[in-house]
Design a protein around this ligand. Structure first.
Ligand SMILES: [Mn+2]
Length: 232
């Protein structure tokens, strides 16, 4: 198992060369149909690098199908989202700081293969940093280096406690920070930060950022899977 994962990772590194696209996509939340629509819309192929910002699972209809797709896609890497963190905690019978647990429907969808999903998800990092970009699920305190961030902030942070501002308003780094977690009608588009959660599971859209051209591609949700009280 470890050897196979290491080999896949080395292939991934070898693809980091001129002409290779990196396609980073937002919070899927079990929306397998829309994920496939999106991959078709960007014409994703095995030569592209795919990166998930996390929250592949939870809330939506097909978390199991999305995880099975992810496990069978060697050119994909994922960072950990809070819903995957909830899955890992529920598997261990542990509690999280916010007291939230993975929703029961998703937990049921994953039955029978939970141990292999746990092993797969346990290998996901909290961030992926390359020359031109940084991918993480939620946010971080821009005053501190990445290695000093709390794991919990990386998967849940939206606003800075000191000022209440969105974390990216204070981010001055030159590396493009690509994140999800904070669902809105429109993606966050700043010079050095892009937020990709456009609320697919709430009937919004599923959005990808294509690098190096910095092109955004999105597809509409086929239906509203979850109600959302208010949209930013
Ligand atoms: Mn999230």
């Amino acid at each position: 198992m470890e050897l196979i994962q290491a080999a896949a990772y080395n292939n991934f590194r070898a693809m980091n060369k001129a002409g290779v696209r990196t396609i980073i996509f937002g919070d899927v939340h079990g929306c397998l149909d829309e994920l496939q629509d999106l991959l078709r819309a960007v014409r994703a192929g095995s030569q592209d690098r795919l990166i998930s910002v996390g929250d592949l699972i939870g809330k939506g209809p097909h978390s199991r199908g999305v995880l099975d797709w992810a496990m069978g896609t060697p050119n994909l890497r994922c960072v950990l989202g809070n819903h995957e963190r909830r899955f890992l905690a529920r598997k261990r019978g542990a509690e999280l700081p916010d007291g939230k647990v993975l929703d029961a429907a998703t937990w049921r969808q994953l039955r029978g293969r939970r141990e292999s999903y746990r092993r797969f998800i346990s290998s996901w990092p909290l961030w992926i940093r390359e020359n031109g970009y940084l991918v993480l699920h939620a946010g971080f305190d821009p005053r501190k280096p990445l290695l000093r961030q709390s794991a919990w902030d990386l998967i849940t942070l939206r606003r800075l406690a000191r000022t209440g501002e969105p974390w990216y308003a204070r981010y001055r780094g030159g590396r493009l920070a690509v994140f999800g977690h904070w669902s809105r009608r429109e993606p966050v588009l700043r010079q050095n930060a892009v937020g990709l959660d456009t609320g697919c599971v709430y009937g919004g859209r599923l959005t990808a950022l294509v690098l190096p051209e910095r092109r955004l591609v999105s597809v509409p949700a086929r239906k509203i899977y979850r109600r959302k009280d208010s949209w930013l």
